[in-house]
Ligand binder design. Structure first.
Ligand code: MRU
Length: 349
């Protein structure tokens, strides 16, 4: 069994993380004590993927609460400023909002307990990290049961260790199915414009020794039409109460194509990605990123100077196109309004 890839952690009062912008060419670890640097890493996608965004923000809050950093302005004000800083980095993944909220509550709850603010925040951040790792393992076990022997699956973006700090969501399922001998092959979309599939998923699957083939995003429907894909499995950034799911741009088109060809379309996500406060997809904020990411390919301009570009980073797949949502609690099926609410109740219990 391949060893787990570690992409983020806490060492001697500092946060360390793998700078994903440089992969696959360079595996550079960055160490920091500055919450602002963690925010820059989140905005620039040096750290990315819904669960990992939450984990990093939680550790970043702990960095910002070290003694000497808040006494003058007061704990309440410092916490609010830190929360605002982190919440302004990426709007779509709900894990960020949940993690920041958990750290804030935990710090308030431990006031006067003898534990200092940074210790309380760090303890909560470590707990979030460990929970995400455990949830990935649960998702992998449940999700692998859905794949029959000889399966060829298609995935989009990167939902592995690099996105989760654990073994991954959709990629965790793929990994478990490979370990069980039921997975034959993976097709991975390159994931324009930032190439999370080509740069990150290809790198992770290569390290795991899982046979995989890279395709351009627009080749997916062609492969499905030719009967070369048995299931599509993707991660999620936020799942609304009715099952509508925000994930990397291009996911909706994949779901439409899978539906047309009668191919199961699975979303694999921890319950930390479910947002029952969002009743439907229209309630999910969609991040729109810089035009630069489209008109440039690395440092090379690919569109003429002055070309207008529109760069939504996520789209919403209607729950009606999703065959099942795989969580650490089990496989959730339509009607999602009832099944997701029941899953959340079990999490709270
Ligand atoms: O913009 P990114 O790279 O953070 O987007 C990541 C994705 O869309 C993933 O598919 C999603 O976070 C789920 S992975 C656990």
């Amino acid at each position: 069994m391949a060893s787990d890839l570690e992409v983020i952690g806490w060492r001697e009062g500092k946060l360390w993380f793998l700078d994903q912008r440089l992969l696959p060419a360079e595996e550079r670890i960055v160490e920091t004590e500055e919450p602002e640097e963690v925010c820059r890493a989140l905005k620039s996608l040096a750290i990315r993927g819904a669960p990992l965004i939450g984990i990093a923000a939680a550790y970043g809050m702990a960095l910002g609460l070290r003694s000497g950093m808040w006494e003058e302005e007061g704990l309440g004000s410092r916490l609010e400023r830190l929360a605002t800083l982190f919440l302004s980095t990426r709007p779509t993944a709900v894990n960020l909002f949940k993690a920041v909220d958990r750290v804030r509550r935990s710090v308030f709850a431990h006031r006067g307990s003898g534990e200092n603010a940074a210790e309380a925040a760090l303890r909560e951040a470590r707990m979030i990290h460990e929970e995400e790792q455990a949830m990935c393992r649960g998702i992998a076990d449940h999700g692998a049961n859905l794949l029959s022997p000889g399966s060829v699956v298609l995935t989009h973006c990167n939902s592995g260790a690099l996105a989760t700090g654990g073994i991954g969501t959709a990629l965790g399922v793929i990994r478990r199915a490979w370990e069980r001998g039921t997975l034959r092959h993976v097709y991975m979309n390159e994931t324009r414009p930032l190439l999370q599939g080509a740069r990150l998923t290809a790198w992770e699957l290569g390290k795991l020794g899982i046979p995989a083939t890279l395709i351009v995003d627009s080749a997916s429907a062609f492969l499905m039409q030719g009967g070369r894909v048995h299931a599509v499995i993707v991660g999620a950034d936020r799942i609304a109460a009715n099952g509508d799911t925000a994930n990397k741009i291009g996911t909706y088109a994949l779901a439409l194509a899978a539906h047309h060809h009668g191919i199961p379309f699975y979303v694999a996500a921890p319950t930390s990605t479910i947002d029952l406060a969002a009743r439907a997809g229209k309630d999910i904020p969609i991040e729109v990123r810089s035009e630069e990411e489209l008109v440039m390919l690395g440092s090379k301009r690919v569109a003429p100077e002055g070309t207008a570009a529109y760069n939504p980073a996520f789209d919403v797949t209607p729950g009606s196109l999703i065959t099942a949502i795989v969580t650490e609690r089990g496989v959730v099926r339509p009607p999602y309004t009832a099944s997701l609410a029941a899953t959340e109740e079990r999490v709270q219990a």
